[in-house]
Design a protein around this ligand. Structure first.
Ligand code: IMP
Length: 444
């Protein structure tokens, strides 16, 4: 700390919410920097489950500053519902701040997302259909509606009219949809403006003030590295940049404000939506991981695809995010397996070997994973709270991950509960100990 970025190191759903929640305990502020309500994180606090989509993960701490940064796309309907729900459950949301420059998801973005996927048919991306892509497209086309616009009726109406004009053709099938009525849309969004006004501010400036005062600030990413629109498995990606570099843009700070970058990875891999997945398990074992890990989407409820840990992809994520620490989640899901596999290389369709993540889409689509086998562990690890309490084989597994990626492991999730975590090296701060050595070799 003071500036620590938390990103997903896989295809999203790595458990960033829990890790952010844990690290947020010692932070003064949490700033979300990209994505929208395509994300979903579950936080279990005192046995109570909270499913959040837009709120920064620190919101459950009373009085903590929680910022929705300019890089996030906001569906104000969803945000207002989330606020109501949290308030209804007694959560103090006074610390929330929303960037006046964040773009808004409009009803036509949702329609366009649905229509776009339907048009692609078999080739569809499998989006969350929350209007994310069309909203970011409008932002790039300079036709977006921003949070500040809902505070002024005249500007709002003018901007919606301008945004709708070039979409006439694609929106024609929805011509009679009441959602597209200019008057009611403007009224509805003005209402959101009234409700959210007290939280809307210049959040970049807020971030500078916090950092200049030496406060601890977490920059919270959504989705994951391999869903990055520039560096992921394009076109099977989201429409923003979930990598660490985007924290600066999406929060309004500079690279020198970042001190630590934590990458969150499951002990195996999951993916929702279409696209390449070299270590996918389409068998009973994959079903077992899905069932044990509860691998169903928080946002859409879709069953997630499951597979072995892909170290080639994780090393790529480590480099592209310049990770300083890894958080490995859901290690408990692997217990009971005789052998655990990790992918250390791909083999291309022509027989070529790849020990790095291939940049070419066709190569990755046809890449077969090659594995290294590691001894499994039978013990239930849900009650382990220190590195020493973990079975030797589990420690060896973690050591192999750290060794291959060159990134030390800071914490390990051993169950869904907030307390079910092992801080590696017994440390509970943002600077993990050095890359751990395999427990078995350390003994010998
Ligand atoms: P979109 O972000 O809704 O446009 O969806 C684009 C791709 O990103 C699809 O494959 C989605 O399943 C995936 N995606 C978007 N958000 C998440 C997330 O939070 N976790 C996992 N996958 C996601």
């Amino acid at each position: 700390m003071p500036g620590i970025v938390i990103v997903g190191a896989q295809w999203g759903d790595e458990g960033k919410g829990k890790v952010t929640d844990l690290l947020a305990e010692t932070a003064d502020a949490v700033i979300r920097f990209q994505g929208g309500n395509n994300a979903g994180h579950t936080i279990i606090r005192d046995g109570e489950e909270f499913k959040l989509h837009l709120m920064p993960s620190g919101i459950l701490y009373p009085g903590k500053t929680c910022v929705i940064g300019n890089g996030v796309v906001i569906d104000p309907r969803v945000l207002c519902d989330e606020l109501d729900e949290l308030r209804g459950r007694g959560v103090d949301v006074d610390g929330l701040r929303i960037s006046a420059n964040a773009h808004l998801i409009m009803p036509y973005h949702l329609l366009l997302d649905h229509a776009g996927e339907a048009r692609l048919g078999r080739l569809q991306i499998g989006t969350t259909r929350r209007g994310i892509g069309p909203c970011y497209a409008d932002k790039a086309a300079r036709l977006g509606i921003r949070m500040q616009d809902v505070l002024d009726e005249k500007i709002l109406k003018k901007k919606i009219t301008a945004a709708l004009e070039p979409k006439r053709l694609s929106l024609r099938p929805f011509a009679k949809d009441p959602e597209l009525d200019l008057h009611s849309m403007t009224e509805e969004y003005l209402t959101y403006g009234h409700r959210l006004e007290r939280y809307i501010t210049d959040t970049a400036r807020l971030a500078w003030d916090l950092l200049d005062e030496g406060r601890n600030v977490i920059f919270e990413g959504a989705q994951g590295t391999l869903l990055d629109i520039d560096h992921g498995t394009y076109p099977f990606v989201t429409s923003s940049n979930p990598v660490a570099g985007a924290a600066c843009i999406g929060a309004g700070v500079g690279p020198r404000d970042i001190d630590e970058v934590w990458g969150v990875s499951k002990a195996y891999v999951t993916r929702v939506g279409a696209g390449p997945f070299p270590t996918e398990l389409e068998d009973e074992l994959g079903d077992r991981l899905r069932a044990r890990g509860g691998e169903y989407g928080t946002t859409t409820g879709r069953a997630r695809r499951t597979g072995w840990l892909d170290l080639v992809a994780l090393r790529y994520a480590a480099r592209i995010n310049s990770l300083t620490a890894l958080a490995i989640t859901k290690l408990d899901v692997l217990s009971g397996l005789d052998r655990i596999r990790v992918c250390t290389r791909y083999r291309g369709a022509e027989g070529a070997e790849f020990d790095h993540f291939p940049y070419h889409q066709s190569v990755l689509h046809h890449a077969a994973a090659e594995y290294e086998e590691i001894e499994g562990f039978a013990e239930d690890i849900g009650d382990c709270r220190s590195e020493e309490e973990l079975p030797t084989a589990a420690r060896d597994y973690l050591a192999r991950i750290a060794e291959f990626t060159g990134v030390p492991i800071g914490l390990v999730g051993v169950g869904p509960g907030r307390e079910q975590v092992v801080w590696m090296g017994g440390r509970r701060d943002a600077s993990p100990a050095e890359t751990p050595q395999p427990a078995s070799s350390a003994r010998s």
